[in-house]
Every structure is written in C-alpha cells, then in structure tokens.
Design a protein around this ligand. Structure first.
Ligand code: DX5
Ligand code: ZN
Length: 217
C-alpha cells in the first residue's frame, strides 16, 4: 500500500517543511491538486508550487489536473518538475490524445473518474495508463465525507486491472482516514491519497501517516 499525501490540506506558510516531514515519514509520492474554478468550483494552485517543491523533495510529484483543458498546461507542469499527471475522463473528448501527450513528455499518466462515472469507461484507455484514480468524493474540496457508494466501483476497477493491465496502480482520493483506508484497501486500492487526515489532524504528519498505514495494511 502506498501513501500520497495531498498538500491541499497543508499549511502553505510551511509547505516545504511539511512535505519534507511527509517524505521522512515514508510518503511514496506527493499529490498536488490543481483546480481552475471551472472544472471544479474551487481554485487551488499552479505550476509555481511544483517548481518550489521540486528542490525540497526527491519524491515523485503527482499532479491531479482538475481543470477544463489540461493539455494547455502539461508542458508547464512538466518543466516545473511534475513526474506524473492524473487527468479526468469527464469533459475530455480527446482523452486518448491527452494521455499520449503526457507519455510524449516522458511522464507517468493516470486517468481519474468521478463518483457518478462508471468503471466501464476505463476499459479502452487502461492499456495506455500507469494508474487509475477513483474519486471517493466529488472533486473540488478537501475535508469531504467519503462516499461509500464508490467501494463497489473500486472492486470492479480492481478486477478490470487484474484482467487488462496487471501492475497498474489503483488509487483512491477523498475522505481517506484510517477507517476508509481499510475499506479501500480491502476493495483493491493500492495507493491512498490523503489530505486532511495527514496535514489537517492534531497529530504530527508522521504520526498521522503511521495511523493510516497501520489500518490500511
Ligand atoms: C479533492 C482532491 C483531493 C483532496 C483530498 O478534490 O482531489 O486530493 O486533497 O482531501 P481529503 O483527504 O481531505 O479528502
Ligand atoms: Zn486529488
């Protein structure tokens, strides 16, 4: 099981320190949520944050593109130090082209699906990706409640991955705490994105991460 702390919940005045702490505590990658106020009803961060973090950590920086036209920004994020991109199926009429553009930049690529989107849409794109992201909340905000209705879909995506693309990561994002981590891992997820339960708890980042790991294993 891998952990991808999401910096959306971090204290931005201490971002470098918190990311370094997550790295020391054994984080596997750092999840960067990019929002444009259009694809999702919230604004977050752009490529300068990735550029600032690049010298601070050796961990892969995974960039979750919650924006209407990800193609326009791939190069800028890649130049800033992003190692992988998660792009949404929703609203992307040329998803295959976007996936190939990310590959051409030499980056890892994943496709994300929202809670109301069925697993079946992944079937044809799966051979071309390194990871799948099943959203366990509607994207746009941290601190939301985990949607239990997504568990059956996680199981279906796990079966599809085992059949079509063994080795592909199955990542979940939204409302992950020690309890929902366990449910997701049981359903077949192997990468957990966690924001508020890592950076927003009253425990230290490393304590919060060990709690997540203990329940998720
Ligand atoms: C939600 C983002 C998540 C968010 C998760 O739109 O994609 O990555 O940071 O935050 P928590 O873990 O607080 O639900
Ligand atoms: Zn995310």
């Amino acid at each position: 099981m891998k952990l991808a702390p999401s910096i959306l919940a971090a204290d931005f005045s201490r971002l470098g320190v918190q990311v370094a702490e997550a790295e020391r505590a054994g984080a596997d990658r750092i999840h960067v949520d990019v929002m444009d106020g259009h694809f999702v009803p919230n604004l977050s961060m752009g490529a300068p944050i990735v550029a600032s973090l690049r010298p601070v950590t050796r961990l892969p920086l995974e960039t979750h593109m919650m924006i209407s036209n990800p193609d326009l920004f791939l190069q800028e994020f890649a130049d800033s130090g992003s190692d992988s991109f998660l792009v949404h199926w929703e609203g992307n009429v040329n998803l295959h082209r976007t996936v190939q553009a990310i590959r051409a930049l030499g980056k890892r690529v994943g496709v994300a699906i929202n809670p109301a989107t069925p697993a079946a849409v992944l079937e044809e794109i799966l051979p071309d990706v390194d990871q799948v992201l099943v959203m366990t909340v509607d994207p746009g905000f941290g601190h939301q409640h985990f949607l239990h209705s997504t568990l059956a879909k996680i199981r279906r995506v796990r079966q599809m991955i085992d059949r079509v693309k063994p080795g592909c990561d199955l990542e979940v994002d939204g409302g992950i705490d020690s309890e929902t981590a366990r449910l997701c891992v049981e359903a077949g997820a192997n990468v957990l994105v966690a924001g508020s339960s890592v950076f927003g708890s009253n425990k230290s980042v490393s304590e919060a991460m060990s709690r997540l790991r203990a329940k998720g294993e």
